[in-house]
Design a protein around this ligand. Structure first.
Ligand code: SF4
Length: 389
């Protein structure tokens, strides 16, 4: 299936660095074939709810870091989070991802209460948290309350590099410990890293691959570094599309059963970035379910896409993109293949019309268009009538 010797560091390094079109095509084809072996051409939806952009940390690359006085802060209430889930249910999503900065307001008790409410109202849905580093006891409480998955990108597996991206109060050792704790507790665990972050070398990326090989996470999020104007790295170059795609493909080869998102960051640096990631072995997409009013405020990096549309518009746009790229949108839970509890079902026909009103609650029927797609004539020409109305 592929002739790449994944145990040979020099060979893997060569593929991390290669600019040779033929070699890259071979890599992407091998990764796509392996993904198809376990998940066919299915692409799983995760409804993303960014519920607080407060954070006590100060990562140098992040737009919502504590010391960014220009960040306009917001928090959703439990009720608002439940409304987002309700919208997700209407749109057919079977996974809700609750993501925030490390916000002390959201105590374990508040998280557990909210998770229990979601679990009670949407018993068949998967609940994913992405709240940062917590104690093992906290993680256990979340798991016991009904959380299925936890995302915690390690960002870089090299200690020296980690220290250049984070203040001294943060440590890679602790982040790794969190990831191993999450696995031991029984979560489906997502790790991940940035590509092209300041001071990064190809050897660092090799270390990222060796780390995920050791951790064996169920999900791996890989996105290009994108500078944010209010951070110390504001003048640094962004990560490259090609290198990020190569890392997606190599990750697929190393972890054939992993769930790998085609990240929004990839769609931000290239209009076809997410489609290209699917062709390089990714199989997850994370449309935004956050209320439109706060989308732009969760600005980890500049020029983030999909901040101007209602959730339903994102759903229709993303589904069209998946289909046009030759993949099959799936609204099943999309669990890790060895931990599946429900039948995997592909999505039938696209809901060209979805009921919403201005407040984001289900209401009367309206046509849906993605403004970002509409802005591009070329993109619009590719949108089938059945999808964009
Ligand atoms: S990367 Fe995460 S932990 Fe770091 S400042 Fe941003 S939200 Fe906080």
């Amino acid at each position: 299936m592929n002739n790449i010797n994944l145990q040979d560091d020099n060979e893997v390094l060569r593929f991390i660095k290669t600019e040779n079109a033929e070699e890259m095509a071979t890599l992407f084809e091998a990764a796509a074939a392996l993904r198809s072996e376990y998940y066919q051409n299915d692409v799983y939806f995760r409804g993303l709810i960014e519920f607080s952009n407060y954070c006590k940390n100060d990562c140098y690359y992040c737009g919502i870091r504590r010391s960014n006085a220009n960040a306009e802060r917001y928090r959703l209430s439990s009720e608002q989070i439940l409304q987002c889930c309700q919208m997700g249910e209407v749109l057919g999503y079977k996974t809700f991802v609750l993501q925030s900065g490390e916000d002390p307001y959201w105590t374990d008790d508040k998280i557990v209460e909210t998770v229990r409410a979601i679990r009670e109202k949407f018993p068949a849905s998967a609940i994913t948290l992405s709240l940062g580093e917590k104690s093992r006891e906290s993680y256990q409480k979340y798991f016991d309350a009904g959380v299925n998955r936890y995302l915690l990108r390690h960002e870089t597996a090299n200690d020296e590099h980690y220290q250049k991206l984070h203040p001294a109060s943060m440590s890679l050792a602790h982040r790794k410990e969190c990831l191993f704790n999450l696995k031991e507790i029984g979560f489906q665990v997502g790790a991940g890293f940035m590509v092209g972050s300041p001071y990064q070398t190809p050897e660092h990326l090799l270390e990222d691959l060796r780390f995920i090989e050791k951790l064996q996470p169920h999900m791996v999020g890989i996105g290009p570094f994108i500078p944010q104007a209010d951070t110390p790295f504001k003048d640094c170059s962004q990560g490259s599309l090609e290198q990020t795609l190569r890392m997606v493909a190599l990750t697929r080869l190393l972890l054939p059963k992993a769930l790998i998102p085609a990240t929004t960051a990839l769609g931000t640096i290239n209009p076809e970035g997410r489609e290209k990631a699917l062709k390089a072995g990714a199989n997850v997409i994370m449309p935004n379910l956050s209320p439109k009013a706060v989308r732009k405020l969760y600005a980890l990096y500049d020029n983030k896409i999909c901040t101007g549309e209602e959730a339903a518009e994102c759903r229709v746009c993303v589904e069209g993109r998946i289909r046009r790229a030759g993949f099959v949108p799936s609204l099943s839970r999309g669990d890790f293949i060895d931990m599946q509890t429900t039948t995997q079902t592909a999505l039938g026909s696209a809901p060209a019309q979805v009921a919403i009103d201005g407040a984001g609650a289900p209401s009367k029927t309206m046509h849906l268009r993605c403004e970002e797609c509409q802005d591009s004539q070329a993109e619009r020409a590719k949108v089938p009538e059945a999808v964009c109305g």
